[in-house]
Every structure is written in C-alpha cells, then in structure tokens.
Write a protein that binds this ligand. Sequence first.
Ligand code: AMP
Ligand code: GLY
Length: 423
Amino acid sequence: MKILVVGGGGREHTLVWKIAQSPLVEKIYCAPGNPGIAELAECVHIGADEINTLLEFALAEKIDLTVVGPEVPLTMGIVDIFQAAGLDVFGPNKAAAQIEGSKRFSKDLMARYNIPTAAYRSFSDHAQAVAYIREQGAPIVVKADGLAAGKGVIVAMTEEQAIAAVDDIMLDQVFGAAGASVVIEEFMDGEEASFFAFTDGENILPLASSQDHKRVNDNDEGPNTGGMGAYSPAPVVTGELHQLIVDTIVKPTIDGMAQDGCPYSGILYVGLMIKDGKPRVVEYNARFGDPEAQPLLMRMKSDIVPLLQACARGKLQHDAIDWYDKAAVCVVLASGGYPAAYEKNQPISGLDKAATIEDLMVFHAGTALHDGQVVNQGGRVLGVTGLGETVRDAIDKAYAGVEVIYWDKVHYRRDIGAKALGR
Ligand code: AMP
Ligand code: GLY
C-alpha cells in the first residue's frame, strides 16, 4: 500500500513510525512532514490545510490510504473531497469534525444524549454573556466557540477574569471568527485523562488509557499548552472506569452522531475530568492527541494499518487491539518561552546519542534542518518517549534521553508521569 500522512508534528512522526512497521506498506508520504519524518517517509511540500493540492497529489500518486493528523484539514472538509474522489481516508468528515470545531455543537450533542459534562450556556451576545457570568460567579470557564489552536479556553478564577476573557473573545476578537459566540460553563475539578476510540461510525474499538500534562510548568502551574508530556497507561482509568467511559460517553456519542445523520468515523478523542470515580467530558477532539499518540503508539503491538483502513471503509470488525504489557512516557522538549514568544533556529545537539538508547524514540515536532543541522523551529520541538516495564522505568528511560539532548533555552517539565507513581 501507499500511504499519505497529513501533518508535520510529533503526532504525525509517531503515526509514520508506527505505519512504517506494517508489512502491508510499501511507501509512505507525509505532507508537509518534518526532519524526523524525513528519515522514514518522503516528505512533500504541501501544507496540511492545502486540501485541494493534497487531493491532486493523492490522485496522481494513487495513494491507497490517507491518514489525517491535525484538526484544521478535517474541519475544512478534506475527508469529504477525498471520499468524493473515491479515495480511502481516515478521519471524520466536515460535518462530524464539528465535534471539535464547534464547542457549541459538542455541548448541544452532549445535552441531547445525556452525556455527562459541565453545565453550560452559549451566547452570541456580549452583554448576555457578561450577565450570565455575574449571575453564576467564579470559578467559571469561558470558551471561544470555534478552533483557536488550543488557546480558546480560559479557566477563570474570578468574575473579572471571565469578563475580560469574554471581552477579548467577543469584542476584540482575538481568535477571529472563532469568537463570534462563546460557551460559558461550570468549572469542574478532578483529574484529567485522555480517552481514544477508533470508530467506523457504528462500531467502537477503544485504545489504552493515557494522560496528558497541559500546563507548561511542573506541578501543573503556568499557562495551558498543547501538551508538555504524556504517559500510558493511566492508572486513574481503572478497568471499571474504562467500561463506564465506553458505556456512558463513547457509545452514546457515536450513536448520537449517527442518529443525528452525522456519523463520526476515525478516532474520537475524549478529554475527561474524573472525580470520585465518575467521568465527565471536558471536550472532544476529532483526531489523535499530541503528545498522547507518542506513548500510545509505542505501546501498540497490533498493526495499525488494518485498523485505520477499516475505520476509513466502515468495516471496523476487530475485537481488540494488542498492547505491549509495558508503560510509555513522553517528555516534550519545548522552546523556552512557549506558549508565548520564543527564540528559533538554535542548533540541537545530542540527537545521535539519544538514537543509540534502546527503547527510546525521539519524535520530532517543531524542528527544521539548516545546512544539515537540526534546529528548533516551533514551540514544542521534540517528544522524547521511553518504554519500560513500569511507569517508573519508562520515566527513567525518557529522562535518560532528555539528558543527552540540548539547545539554548530548552524547556521541559521534570514531573511527567509523577501522578501515575502516586497511585
Ligand atoms: P479544552 O481546549 O476544552 O481541552 O480545554 C483546555 C483545558 O482547559 C482542559 O484540558 C482543562 O484543563 C481546562 N478546562 C476546560 N474546560 C474546563 C472545565 N469546565 N472545568 C475545568 N477545567 C476545564
Ligand atoms: N494533547 C492535547 C491535544 O492533542 O489536544
């Protein structure tokens, strides 16, 4: 098979790495890819959101399966145009991708099907939004309706903060059209976990559990990021809780989407808040998590390609996924300053040394090549991912890799996986 992976971050490097192990695959392309991906696939200079150019490429190269990493091309309708051209493509179509693309859409879906989540109201009128905040008090959470590159959620500890967020989103339009309306919801406390399931629109195949670390600094301090590290399995998700999540959240979501005439296929990512053994939905995403994909796919024993193909074709009849009975931990190395401004183009050393460490993978995210030298280019730069017999071993492995890699102003958390040890 010839496979095209769309995207160029750590998640896509991990997908390419996993797909490359399949005996079914003869050639992998990645658009646009990155220097890490270039070691495993042919990178093509097409942006992930240039969906018409991607279609022309896929038709010309007779691609057998396209796997879409990021949310933006999904919400633009890449799946719709590929399917209309008779091509197999993994991911939800434009209508179904609204589950991530519109907070209002997803909250209304959950309300309609009694899926547990925070109480909420949505507003397209600024004055009404402010009045609601005054009435509810703080803490309270303000969310721009549309996609805002992971920055559209403000967890406000005071009414003033919440109102300032509504001003920014609705009056100053800091997230552009994504802020034409807002969702204001109840603050939930508890422990977060990420839950993923493959689906063909009808059948569901859950993955192993995982947990992300969203805040930029140790002890979950500082601003939210795309994710500073992740591990799998997540002991907070017990076997009992796993089943509860499938029965009360994943299944009703997939059934509800089908019932609404908007069947969802691909991978469903449910961000959860867990309190007293009860899961509630924080948000849905229409794609793999980044960096959750890194530890999850390192633990996956099954060939991923038949699973991706079955989802794309509406024929997901697999009973289970095989996993290595090991733990995996991914530590993200970021550019100092991220998620705000940071310096780019610093040479990165130690990658060759890290490559000699067994059971360790360094997935590239925001890197670039300058005259043969790998430099930092984005906020999240590398995902150093270790595999071990236990979470403790996997943490030690990942940080052994982290220790040999360096660039000026590299930043990472030192407590990735620590929550799992506490259990
Ligand atoms: P989202 O983009 O919806 O994942 O939100 C980003 C982060 O904001 C989540 O991972 C949570 O840490 C936090 N968050 C979102 N909604 C809530 C809520 N209702 N209560 C508490 N924290 C929340
Ligand atoms: N790790 C968070 C995300 O992928 O959205």
